[in-house]
Structures are given as C-alpha cells and as structure tokens.
Design a protein around this ligand. Structure first.
Ligand code: ATP
Length: 455
C-alpha cells in the first residue's frame, strides 16, 4: 500500500488537540516537564507514576511480540555512550545535520525540510512573510567527554540513534547465541538529539527512546523479509489503536531514498499535526556492517555453515519511538463524552487497549464505613495486585470514582457491596461500554487476566 488520501469516515471523532493531552498528563501524573521548578528544558520530559506504568507496558508488549515470540530474534541493551569512531563510521559526524533558516522579522526558526516549497523558493517566512536568512547547518549529535584530566579527555557523543549498538554487538551476538542467518537483534534504548526545533510535547524531544529491529539476511532473501516485517509492524500498530483509518504507509520517493536503499516506508499516523512518521521500515542493505568493518578493521562477514558462502549480511530495519507511541496512543484514546443529562457528569475517557492501560483494575468498596465490605474489598485488591496493577479507591461517591478511573483508562472497576457479603459476587464494570455484570469472586481473577494480558 502506498500513501493514499485520507477519506473521513462518518461519525469519526474529532482529532484531539495536543494541549488536552498535555493537561491530562500533568493533572493525572503521566508526564511532567523536566526540571519544571527551574523553568524546564525544551524537549525533555519526565514520566510520572501512571506514565511509567503505561510506558513499561508499551515496551514489554513490543519486546514480547518482537523478541519473545520469534525464535529467530534476540535482544540486547547497549550503552548510551560508545567509541567516537562509531559516529564517524555511521556518517553522523558529517551528515547528521538539520538545515535551518531564521526569519529576520519575527525571529522564528524553521527546518528547511519542514517548510512549504513555495516559501523556500521565495525565501519567505510562512508565518509573517518576512525575509529568511541563508540556510545554516546544525549537527544534532550531543557531545560529551570521557576522562577527568583536562587535555586527556576524549570527546564522544551520546548516541544519536540507538541502533548503532546492534551493529557493534552483531558479531558477539551471532557467535555467543549461535544464531544463523536469517536472524534479528532487537533493542529498546534512549537516543539523544540536539533537535533545533523540539516541540509538540513528546513528538519531537531531545532525549527520547527508540525501538529497533535489525534483521540480518542473505541478499537473495532481502525482499521477502522486508515485506514480512513491513506487514508485521503495520499490523502491530493496528492491533493497539482505535482509529484504524488514521494509520497508513507512506512510501519514500526516489529523491528521499538513501543510495543503498531499494525501498523505504514510513508507518504514519494522523493527528492534529497531520500525517506524521511513527515508525520507519528501511532497506539498509550491507551499508552498516560494511562501514563498521571498514572503520574498525574487524571483518564482520558471515560464513554460511552449509554452503560456506562468505558475505556481509544485508539488513531490514524497523525503527520506531516509544515516546511517539505513548503520545499517539493517548491522542488515539482520548474522548470527551458530554453528559446527556446535564453538565455534572461529563466523562473524559481514555480508550486505551487494556493490555497497555497503566492501571488494569480499580477495586471500589461501595461504603467505607462498613467493616465487612472494606475488608472484603481489601482482600480482593491484595489478591489482584499479585497479577496486575490494581488500585484501591474509597474516596467520594461511586460515580466520581468511575469517572476518575475512566480518565486514566482503567478498563475494569470492581465494586463490592452488600450483596457481596451475601452471595460472594461483585460488580464488574467495563470502561468503554459502561456495562456491568455480576461475577463470583472466585472467577474474578481469571476473568480479568483473560482481558488485560496480551496473547
Ligand atoms: P524525523 O524525520 O521526524 O526527524 P527521523 O526520520 O530522523 O525522524 P529516525 O531517526 O528514523 O527518525 O528515528 C526512528 C523513530 O524514532 C521515529 O520514527 C520516531 O518514532 C522516533 N523519533 C525520532 N526523532 C524523535 C524525537 N526527536 N523525539 C521523539 N521521537 C523521535
């Protein structure tokens, strides 16, 4: 599939403004601006109590579906700092640049590749019409120094992309794990870029997290595996979003392709920012291992155990962002439902996939001054906590407690009431439909596990 025009569906819910998500994230403890008490740092964020749970779920689900369910894929976790030569071999020292222009009148700064072509041609600011400066190059790598003695200190870089560690560890992994081609190596890890125009909340940050698969193949099988991973990654994103029509492939034009690439696709998602890259599927050929062989002097070729053919493996790469996934999932899940009866009961709900929601279940005693109800509720909560994130909440009336859980995307609420004491059953309320069923306590754990655990 190539890029297609978006055809709006009937009854499509409106795109959510980023500010709504920023506000919810701060109010409910998903994401906070980093160093906020000092005025903050542009493009750097911290994740709060709910944010870290959701982030861990996203990471674990990716890891499970990419590594643990593929016999031919293994994982690594590389360091954030590497030998500086790595970034010369990768081309980042020379080419990892954004070309920028400033408006002489309103002083706004733009990446030239983000400007409409007519503004570039006419050298004109898209906001105020002012004249633009000459284009200037900015390298995005973040520098750091190793060693304590001035003069002996070695300049290196925080990694500008996480995947380089995979190429560096390729030979060790292949030999120590006895992997045979075709096989893949996955990693989730931080990357650092001195983005000159950070913004749109988590969309473009200076410190962020990437997930990569580098899949090593014989050149004759490149197309087959490229197609396999391209479809697999698209279906993966489809499986966790509500608005399936907001996801598509965009094929790179010939002017965008790297010289070694026969094809490249972005998986894009549509938000108020328009269609934007969520993950890239890249045809890297033998570029990375050849460059590292050349720069390090180590032979990174592979010998086929059967045919004895010796070659540098070709690579299919899938590279996406944990933070962009986090943001897109919130934008995809957020809905404000006006109360048909009046203003007081408006509901904000996050339709997050139950697998990824930060809290899986809330346990709510109907009354907090009835000893038997409280002790039964606490014991149910303690038991559920052994298997999933459960929250115990006895503050305010039951309607408010449901609303609080809806707003953070908790898929199930369990209410303990007088009937529970008589027949050992509880009410289970589902977030999206708000429907309720009565279930024996003995069946509750299995009922929830079936629904909140990925499979
Ligand atoms: P862009 O063109 O948007 O700058 P890119 O093509 O440089 O992105 P890659 O280097 O291919 O992006 O990175 C892979 C993934 O990492 C992207 O698809 C995105 O999900 C994520 N990513 C890249 N840059 C950032 C950033 N500054 N902040 C958050 N996530 C990012």
């Amino acid at each position: 599939m190539t890029q297609t025009e978006h055809k709006p569906e009937v009854n499509e819910t409106p795109l959510v403004p980023i500010e709504k998500i920023v506000s919810l994230c701060k109010r409910r403890g998903f994401v906070f601006p980093n160093s906020e008490i000092y005025g903050g740092v542009a493009g750097i964020y911290d994740f709060g109590p709910l944010g870290v749970e959701m982030r861990n779920n996203i990471r674990r689900y990716w890891w499970w579906s990419m590594v643990q369910t593929h016999d031919n894929v293994v994982g690594i976790e590389g360091a954030n700092i590497t030998h500086p030569r790595v970034w010369e071999a990768s081309g980042h020292v020379e080419n990892f640049v954004d070309i920028l222009v400033d408006c002489k009148k309103c002083k706004r700064r733009f990446r030239i590749d983000h400007l409409p072509p007519e503004n570039v041609e006419q050298n004109k600011c898209p906001v105020c019409g002012g004249e633009l400066t000459e284009p200037r190059k900015f390298n995005l790598l973040m520098e750091t120094y190793l060693g304590v003695v001035e003069g002996d200190r070695m300049k290196t870089y925080l990694r500008g992309e996480a995947c380089q560690n995979i190429y560096l560890d390729y030979d060790n992994v292949q030999k120590s794990s006895r992997m045979q081609i075709p096989f893949g190596i996955c990693q989730i890890g931080k990357a650092y870029r001195n983005e000159v125009t950070p913004g749109n909340f988590l969309f473009r940050q200076r410190e962020f997290e990437q997930w990569d698969l580098q899949f090593f193949v014989h050149p004759s099988e490149m197309q087959k595996w490229f197609d396999y991973w391209k479809e697999y990654r698209f279906n993966w994103y489809q499986s966790i979003i509500n608005h399936k029509d907001r996801l598509h492939f965009r094929e790179h034009g010939s002017d965008e392709l790297a010289h070694y690439a026969r094809q490249a696709f972005d998986i894009e998602y549509r938000t108020v920012l328009g269609w934007q890259e969520w993950e890239g599927i890249h045809w890297r050929q033998d570029w990375d291992l050849s460059r590292h062989s050349q720069y390090s002097g180590q032979d990174l070729s592979y010998t086929d155990p059967l045919t004895k053919e010796r070659y540098i493996p070709w690579i299919v790469e899938t590279s996406g962002g944990v933070d962009r996934t986090f943001l897109n999932l919130l934008l995809d899940a957020y809905e404000e439902q006006p109360d048909p009866m009046g203003k007081d009961n408006d509901r904000t709900v996050l339709h997050l996939h139950p697998w990824l929601a930060p809290v899986k279940v809330a346990v709510l005693p109907l009354q907090k001054n009835k000893e038997e109800i409280v002790s039964t509720a606490k014991s149910i909560h303690k038991n559920l906590q052994r298997f999933m994130v459960s929250q115990y909440d006895d503050i305010q009336n039951i309607g408010r407690r449901y609303r609080r859980q809806d707003e953070i995307g908790t898929p199930y609420c369990v209410t303990i009431d007088f009937q529970t004491l008589e027949d050992q059953t509880v009410t289970v309320r589902e977030r999206d439909s708000m429907s309720q069923i009565r279930l024996p306590i003995a069946e509750l754990q299995m009922y929830l596990l079936e629904r909140v655990t990925w499979k």
